[in-house]
Design a protein around this ligand. Structure first.
Ligand code: NAD
Length: 255
């Protein structure tokens, strides 16, 4: 593993599971000091222990908690070089617009979009003081294309992340702060694997649209995050970085 993040102070939200956990491992393997953040204290603590990192429990949708999170990171570690805003939810009650209630809509928007607003709002002042920083916000390929298997709030929430990221990338481009959006395709995290194991038809309906014919692995997404976090992507900001097995480029997929 390369040493691209040697001694960088990195923050990963949603560190306890899936893409977040794979990124914690990847950042640590590339030499970073990792601060794991999760609302699930047990999972977050476990992730931190695995890489000899730090853990801060926080609900990233809570303004005060997020402000205190970044103050704590800077107090304990002196700086914050990389912030990966990855925590998100995709609850079953978020479905077609015809059946999705206002409560589910507001909850998904709050956890997926407001959280990114809050994390950016509270980390950017620290990065401005340092004159450098790399922020990666997790959007999704569904922010770029429509699905007949709708999750309307989730899709809208990720569109918001994409637009917000672009604007922040442009606004802070001359202050050494890069802000990029990650757009993963469907990834075989525990949630997705369980859902599709119980309902193979549901998996097949989606897999037919993936040129590579499989879902991504969390480690494959983490490799992209490490690139965006490191100086290897030094000329990239305000970008949408798509890692999707070819989905967004496809019309007819191979048989
Ligand atoms: P996951 O459910 O495996 O992990 C999410 C983590 O976030 C959990 O540890 C959870 O406790 C934490 N979390 C949830 N709400 C939180 C809150 N309010 N505050 C702090 N932590 C909170 O999810 P995943 O599949 O690894 O997805 C990670 C991100 O990637 C999400 O933003 C998701 O929308 C996005 N994404 C996932 C896929 C996919 O197919 N898995 C595809 C595209 C984008």
């Amino acid at each position: 593993m390369r040493d691209r993040l040697r001694d960088r102070v990195t923050v990963v939200t949603g560190a306890g599971s899936g893409i977040g956990l794979a990124t914690v491992r990847r950042f640590a393997a590339e030499g970073a000091r990792v601060v794991c953040v999760d609302i699930d204290a047990e999972a977050g603590r476990r992730a931190a222990a695995e890489v000899d990192g730090d853990f801060v429990a926080a609900d990233v949708a809570d303004d005060t908690a997020v402000r205190e999170l970044f103050d704590t990171v800077v107090e304990r570690h002196g700086r914050v070089d990389v912030s990966f805003h990855n925590a998100g939810i995709s609850p079953p009650e978020d479905d077609s617009i015809l059946t999705t209630g206002l409560d589910a809509w507001e909850r998904v928007l709050r956890v997926n979009t407001t959280s990114v607003y809050l994390c950016c709002k509270h980390v950017i002042p620290h990065m401005r003081r340092q004159g450098r920083g790399s922020i990666i916000n997790t959007a999704s390929f569904v922010a770029l294309m429509g699905a007949a298997t709708s999750q309307i709030a989730y899709t809208a929430s990720k569109g918001g992340v994409l637009a917000m990221t672009r604007e922040l990338g442009v606004q802070f481009a001359r202050e050494g702060i890069r802000v990029n959006a990650l757009c993963p395709g469907p990834v075989a995290t525990p949630l997705l694997t369980e859902l599709f194991a119980a309902d193979p038809e549901r998996a097949a309906r989606r897999l037919v649209h993936v040129p590579m014919g499989r879902f991504g692995e969390p480690a494959e997404i983490a490799a992209a995050v490490a690139f965006l976090a490191s100086d290897d992507s030094s000329f990239m900001t305000a970008a949408q970085f798509v890692v999707d097995g070819g989905i967004t480029g496809a019309y007819v997929t191979p048989v």
